[in-house]
Design a protein around this ligand. Structure first.
Ligand SMILES: Nc1nc2c(c(=O)[nH]1)N[C@H]1C(S)=C(S)[C@@H](COP(=O)(O)O)O[C@H]1N2
Ligand SMILES: [Mo]
Length: 398
């Protein structure tokens, strides 16, 4: 948030609170301003993001800033469960990744060695599985992400398959467990994720040391992280320093309990038997509108509706938009920038002639025929929110 915006909202709030409520309102605002100042001091370079948690750092990108095909590093959302590792340049020079388990040779590969291997760049939309959790009803515990725990970057690194080849993958290796140098909070288990061997060996799965042409920023996993294109964000393990090839699914909280989803529809709020929960993998079809913004006041006439749509490993086939509560839909034009795992921009020229309040919607469909649903599929951890996006605007007479 910019300074003047915070002052603005404070003034508005005091005006709105008025009378007896003002004292309480003011003290709440002072504490917000304090938090804002704190955030601006501590989370360097990320001042424009919404702080969902200060420590660990969980930062969301406001939708109004998600308006470029490539998300700049300082606007990219941040999510981790643990205390970020903060290796300096010297530590990065000495950084190495241990590769063990179901391999012929246990290896320590240095960052320099990884950089000497063939460079691979993939443009990938990374999205936290919990993006949109705030919209589930009944509410679900966890970080209350709204729309902005998502972003797109060009990631450059070495192919995981090539690294595994150096170590000599055994036929018994079925999963690749990824662990980073971050430290668990209190009694929380270590953050370890595992990638099934087929995906691990895919030429687009990389160990990235660059993000948008720069060394990975600290909060994004400096000096090394995994990128597992098209899969939910938790596979992209940051501060990576240990790769273990294993015979069966990793036995740890972040594989066996977290990041699981019911394999059938469940009633909102219902408990789900753990045996009916399966690991999340690919992201599912989704879109959001970044222009106009929620609450915008516009004049009758023509204006541009725009946004982004993505579908994990699948491709966006079309995006439709509606201004009449979904009664009729018009196809939006898809942008020219297309990369297999990256979101796709869309735009449409609207012409609203009658003043009033409008709910404008976007609905993406992927190349497998999956379409964003009208109603959410509630699940116990609030993952994979992908309901048709809606933005309320007011159109005034010219
Ligand atoms: N080491 C480590 N890597 C991690 C996490 C973590 O807690 N520890 N969080 C994951 C989750 S849940 C997400 S959504 C992505 C977020 O990546 P970003 O912070 O670069 O946006 O990182 C993943 N990598
Ligand atoms: Mo995540």
């Amino acid at each position: 948030m910019k300074k003047n915006e915070s002052r603005h909202s404070r003034r508005d709030f005091i005006a709105a609170a008025g009378g007896a409520g003002a004292a309480i309102g003011l003290s709440q605002l002072l504490s917000n301003d304090f938090e804002l100042a704190f955030a601006q001091n501590v989370i360097k370079g990320k001042e424009r993001l919404i702080v969902r948690s200060m420590r660990p750092e969980d930062l969301e990108t406001p939708v109004r800033l998600l308006n470029t095909w490539i998300t700049p590093n300082d606007l990219f959302y941040v999510r981790h469960h643990s205390y970020a590792a903060t290796p300096d340049e010297k530590a990065a020079k000495e950084w190495s990744v241990k590769i063990d388990g179901e391999v012929e040779r246990q290896l320590m590969i240095s960052l320099d060695e990884l950089k000497r291997m063939e460079r691979a760049t993939v443009t990938v939309t990374l999205e936290c599985a919990g993006n949109g959790r705030a919209f589930y009803d009944p509410p679900v515990a966890g970080i209350q992400w709204e729309k902005g725990a998502v972003g797109t970057a060009r990631w450059t690194g070495a192919r995981l398959a090539e690294v595994l080849k150096k170590a000599g993958l055994k036929s018994t290796g079925k999963y690749v467990a990824l662990d980073g140098a971050d430290k668990p909070v209190g009694k929380m288990p270590d953050f370890v994720r595992n990638v099934p061997i087929e995906k691990a060996l895919h030429a687009d799965t990389i160990l990235a040391y660059e993000m948008n042409g720069e060394p990975l920023p600290t909060l994004h996993g400096f000096p090394l992280r995994a990128i597992v294109p098209g899969w939910e964000g938790a596979y992209a393990v940051k501060w990576l320093n240990h790769i273990q090839v294993i015979e069966s699914e990793y036995d740890g909280f972040f594989v066996k309990t977290a990041y699981r989803y019911p394999n059938k529809r469940v009633a909102p709020g219902a408990a789900v038997d753990p045996k009916d929960m399966v690991p999340l993998t690919g992201l599912i079809v989704k879109s959001f509108i970044n222009s106009p913004l929620e609450g915008a006041v516009l004049k009758t006439g023509k204006f541009r509706l725009a946004g982004f749509a993505w579908a994990g490993e699948a491709t966006i086939a079309k995006v439709d938009v509606s201004i009449d509560n979904g009664s009729t839909w018009a196809p939006a034009r898809l942008g020219k920038e297309r990369e297999r795992y990256a979101w796709q921009s869309f735009e449409h020229e609207l012409n609203i002639t009658a003043p009033g309040s409008y709910l404008i919607m976007s609905r993406a469909t992927d190349d497998k025929g999956n379409m964003q649903p009208v109603a959410p599929q509630w699940n116990p951890s609030g993952y994979l929110w992908n309901v048709i996006d809606k933005v309320r605007i007011n159109v005034e007479g010219a």
